[in-house]
Design a protein around this ligand. Sequence first.
Ligand SMILES: Cc1cc2nc3c(=O)[nH]c(=O)nc-3n(C[C@H](O)[C@H](O)[C@H](O)COP(=O)(O)OP(=O)(O)OC[C@H]3O[C@@H](n4cnc5c(N)ncnc54)[C@H](O)[C@@H]3O)c2cc1C
Length: 375
Amino acid sequence: MPAAIRKPLMIVGAGPTGLAAALFLSRRGVPVRIIDAATQPTTTSKALLVNPRSLEILGQSGVAASIIAEGYEVLGVTMHRGGRDVASVDLGRELRSRLPIGLTQARTEALLTEALSAKGVQVERGLTLQTLQQDTEQVTLTLQQADGSTQTVQAPLVFGADGARSAVRHALGIDFAGNALPEPWQLWDLRLRTSLDRQRAHIGLVPDGFLFLMHLHAGVWRVIGNGADPLAHLPGDSVPGEVLWQSQFHIAHRLADKFSVGRVALGGDAAHIHSPLGARGMNLGIEDAWVFADCAFDAMGGKLERMQEYAELRQLLDGQVVRRVEAITRLMRGRPASLRWLRDHLAPLVIKFPPVRRRLLQTMAGLDHPLSTRC
Ligand SMILES: Cc1cc2nc3c(=O)[nH]c(=O)nc-3n(C[C@H](O)[C@H](O)[C@H](O)COP(=O)(O)OP(=O)(O)OC[C@H]3O[C@@H](n4cnc5c(N)ncnc54)[C@H](O)[C@@H]3O)c2cc1C
């Protein structure tokens, strides 16, 4: 470890991005602190799919093995329209990698937290970043504790992994330009009586929008849709039962104007947000964390230019993913009606065309670009 590594690097936010960064850095002997405003870990499912790129990245730490042991292999995707299966893809045949694993984000975060704890690092909860300033030597942060009192701390580097409304991004004055889709999307985790294959993800091309279904555990499924009544259009013989979690969200596509300023960098939802189609949100954050850890290791040893290198690498690649996922979402959401007709007729055909299918699957798997920590 370079001699210049002394004070802990500060990670703001203990979602999957911050936890992964803390784990990768501590495995390389870099002292870290990780804080989160929330007093308790998240319990909601949110992201459901750990993709092959994340499994590759999390391999050495042993977290990938825990994810594989606890989750299930997603074997394929089936597209339904008008009561029929109109297309299907088998991932085992198509992907030259591990299969994606179905596991809730809450469990993925718990497994990352356990691995981090085994390295002697605990998430410091109930600490909210309020202000941040930097000079040529260090970053000074003001943190508010759960009882309202504040403390001031210094860190050589900061990673802002504090989600879409990032206080770090605001403190740096970085713009988060993009656009939002107008319609609300509904989400349910609910019991479903169905003969749908539990090891496949299911897409519904429904009359007034788009539907997505994936099995969570023991007969509980995630359903999301943007139509007026998504549960009225469930594919096959599916009958909805008890609702365990219901939520509503809006989809936006945004990219931070810059991914770093001096000693402070952004990653995960703090730097980019996009629709859940393609299942990249959490996975892209884990990849940001991997690249950040490599660059920050060098920066802690004096090569501060690596922070800028991180920013350039990730802004380029994350920007490409955001644009690709936005294009897929705009085609698949089934609005306006003129585009819906095109989608209903083109999507089942196009997915049978090998180069397009391969590209779509690489996007979902996170294998649409090489994993690089160097410009
Ligand atoms: C309903 C829903 C469904 C989703 N479905 C999917 C899906 O199917 N697939 C997928 O890939 N993605 C999905 N996502 C997106 C995915 O959850 C995010 O991309 C992922 O959580 C991003 O991780 P992150 O660590 O960057 O940010 P977050 O998970 O948002 O974590 C940020 C953390 O920072 C903390 N924080 C915030 N402000 C401060 C502060 N000032 N000081 C200290 N701490 C702070 C927060 O408490 C939080 O714990 C979904 C999201 C939602 C909301």
